[in-house]
Design a protein around this ligand. Structure first.
Ligand code: FES
Length: 349
């Protein structure tokens, strides 16, 4: 059973005309469960118009703040984000899964120089990471490149300005606006030239320990590609996708026949038969098996399981490394069975 807990909305803050920050009250007895590392996310679940809806949102507060806050931007046709922005009130209760995620910054005693590239709501985990980097060592430095259409649309604009004042000698922001010309900001989107400007010009004396990228896939691709061209090793580039480009499922059309699936979840075995054209997670949920999931888009990593028998293939995978896939891990929200039988273990991941 996913480990959902009922938490009350303790505060709601309007960040922009289209975004709110939601803070939750964590009761004392759940303190340990809801401890998090900077960069992690939580999954919120509720019922909207009779339908169960789950979404994951990055935590924007820092672990040291004692708060559990997420930033939610309203997106066109977004059921959950619209609900959070327009209908939720202080005192409402939501079902929430404890923090998860691998896009994290773990502070250590060493001073670090970190850069982040964020676009739109991709700023949310970066807020937590930036605060943690700056608080954790008096000599640590943080460079943020943050892209938005306009300053009014930029989530945490005031909080970032305040942070800049507090750490004015070691927190630097390069604003990028695509629909507004502002003094000292770049005009346009975050692109190859933006990355080169940071690395080869504005901060060329800096030796960065790590780069955190958070935003749409196109931004992540261009930034990581340019970082690599500049000699940054893969392991120093961490990223979190916020929206993914629509992927077409080319695998399904070539698959024929059925698969008998054994699902191991919370030490219980379940059996089902599914069409190979179906996605494993969809079939599992259709059989009322309470498997973990959130985004259903290959972004959040909640639905990871291990294939212990048979074979499955993913439509898309930007989360698991090659070695994890080789040892049998799979995103079940992206997986088609390939063999007549398949064993999926959600417990051993
Ligand atoms: S449910 Fe988010 S990656 Fe599968």
């Amino acid at each position: 059973m996913p480990d959902f807990h009922k938490l009350q909305v303790a505060a709601l803050e309007q960040l922009t005309p289209n975004a709110v920050a939601l803070s939750f009250e964590v009761p004392k007895e759940l303190d340990d469960k809801f401890k998090f590392t900077a960069g992690q996310y939580i999954t919120l679940a509720t019922e909207i118009d009779g339908e169960a809806v789950r979404r994951s949102y990055s935590i924007s507060s820092s672990p040291s703040s004692g708060k559990l806050t997420v930033g939610i931007k309203k997106i066109a046709n977004g059921t959950f984000s619209k609900y959070a922005n327009e209908e939720l009130s202080v005192g409402d209760v939501m079902e929430i899964l404890p923090p998860e995620g691998r896009f994290v910054f773990e502070p250590n005693s060493r001073a670090q120089t970190i850069a982040a590239f964020a676009a739109g709501s991709g700023i949310t985990p970066i807020m937590s990471i930036a605060r943690t980097v700056l608080e954790s060592n008096k000599s640590s430095t943080f460079v943020l490149v943050y892209g938005n259409q306009t300053p009014q649309e930029a989530m945490y604009y005031d909080a970032l300005k305040a942070l800049q004042q507090e750490y004015n000698d070691r927190f630097f922001i390069q604003w990028v606006f695509s629909r507004s010309s502002e003094p000292e900001a770049l005009f346009g989107r975050i692109e190859r030239s933006t990355v080169n400007l940071i690395l080869k010009n504005k901060f060329k004396e800096y030796d960065f320990d790590a780069f955190y990228l958070c935003g749409p896939e196109t931004m992540i691709e261009v930034v990581s590609q340019t970082l690599k061209e500049n000699g940054v090793p893969n392991e120093q580039i961490l990223f979190e996708l916020f929206t993914t480009s629509d992927t077409t499922d080319d695998l399904a059309k070539d698959l024929e026949g059925k698969t008998s699936v054994t699902v191991l979840l919370d030490d219980e075995e379940h059996q089902l038969v599914m069409d190979k054209k179906e996605i494993v997670l969809d079939a599992v949920l259709k059989h009322d098996i309470d498997a973990p999931y959130s985004c259903q888009g290959g972004v959040c990593s909640s639905c990871i399981a291990r294939i212990t028998d048979g074979q499955a293939e993913m439509v898309k995978n930007q989360i698991l490394t090659d070695s994890e896939v080789a040892e049998g891990l799979i995103l079940t929200c992206q997986a088609h069975p390939l063999t007549p039988s398949l064993k999926v273990d959600y417990d051993d991941v």
